[in-house]
Design a protein around this ligand. Structure first.
Ligand SMILES: Cc1cc2nc3c(=O)[nH]c(=O)nc-3n(C[C@H](O)[C@H](O)[C@H](O)COP(=O)(O)OP(=O)(O)OC[C@H]3O[C@@H](n4cnc5c(N)ncnc54)[C@H](O)[C@@H]3O)c2cc1C
Length: 222
């Protein structure tokens, strides 16, 4: 299988535990907003440790970007990424992923599950096609919200936050429930895009089934 060694152009923290990494883009390497690849670090002991990450840049840009939540306690790849600097190298693999834009709807993201949607919203914004798409973004605290200002700017009133562990301003507090979704989804219902930790995915899919959303209307990573 083909792999591509590429150099880091910039690496910085954008929240207390999330990195934004921009990379040189290998010639001919392309993707659709929402897609991902497996990434490894080009360093002894780490080349075979591949982890999936989603592109958050736009396909037409001359660089690639990842937005990566780090887990130092796992002593895995994301912890190792914290030590990387400009000009260090990553190894990318083939592009894959089932999430892509299939029409207006409600995007439901938990934590780092925002990444495929970030790419899609950036694409729609650049094309002036953001329309009435709506984002429900669930996080533990306000400090965990990835790209908050940018999402506010792109989505305006269609950016709805819910925090499980903090009372913050006008944001909802708690977990996403059937009642919360019923209150926050417009009629007629369009597509539903869901991405987050497995437990959240299960819970949301159960609620969507209960409120009569058909399987074909739900876009998730398989
Ligand atoms: C299609 C897809 C796209 C993704 N895109 C993104 C993205 O764009 N951004 C993003 O941030 N994430 C994304 N993820 C999630 C991301 O792949 C994982 O967060 C990443 O693989 C974690 O790698 P890691 O090596 O740091 O930790 P892990 O691989 O989770 O852990 C390494 C080792 O640590 C141990 N470990 C596991 N869990 C724990 C624990 N709770 N406590 C202590 N030790 C533990 C285990 O021994 C494990 O083998 C995506 C996932 C998928 C499937």
């Amino acid at each position: 299988m083909e792999s591509y060694i590429t150099r880091i152009r910039s690496i910085e923290k954008i929240t207390h535990d999330v990195l934004r990494i921009q990379l040189e883009r290998p010639a001919g390497y392309t993707f659709i907003p929402g897609q991902a690849t497996e990434v490894a670090i080009n360093k002894d002991g780490w080349r075979e440790e591949r982890r999936p990450f989603t592109f958050t840049s736009l396909p037409q840009e001359d660089y690639l970007e990842f937005t990566i939540k780090t887990y130092p306690a796992h002593h895995g790849v994301t912890n190792e990424l914290l030590a990387l600097r400009k000009d260090d190298e990553l190894i990318l693999h083939e592009v894959w992923g089932a999430i892509s834009y299939k029409g207006e709807g409600v995007f439901i993201a938990g934590g780092a599950g925002i990444t495929p949607f970030l790419s899609i919203f950036r694409y729609l914004h650049a094309e002036n096609k953001i329309g009435n798409n709506r984002l429900i973004f669930a996080n533990k605290t306000s400090a965990d919200i990835i790209q908050k200002e940018e999402l506010e700017k792109m989505l305006g009133n269609n950016f709805i936050n819910i925090l499980s562990d903090e009372n913050f301003g006008t944001y909802a507090h708690g977990l996403i429930t059937e009642q919360f979704l019923n209150k926050n989804i417009p009629e007629p219902k369009g597509k539903f895009y869901v991405c987050g930790p497995p437990a959240m995915m299960d819970a949301i899919q159960q609620i969507l089934t209960k409120i009569g959303v058909s399987e074909e209307s739900v876009v998730v990573e398989l």
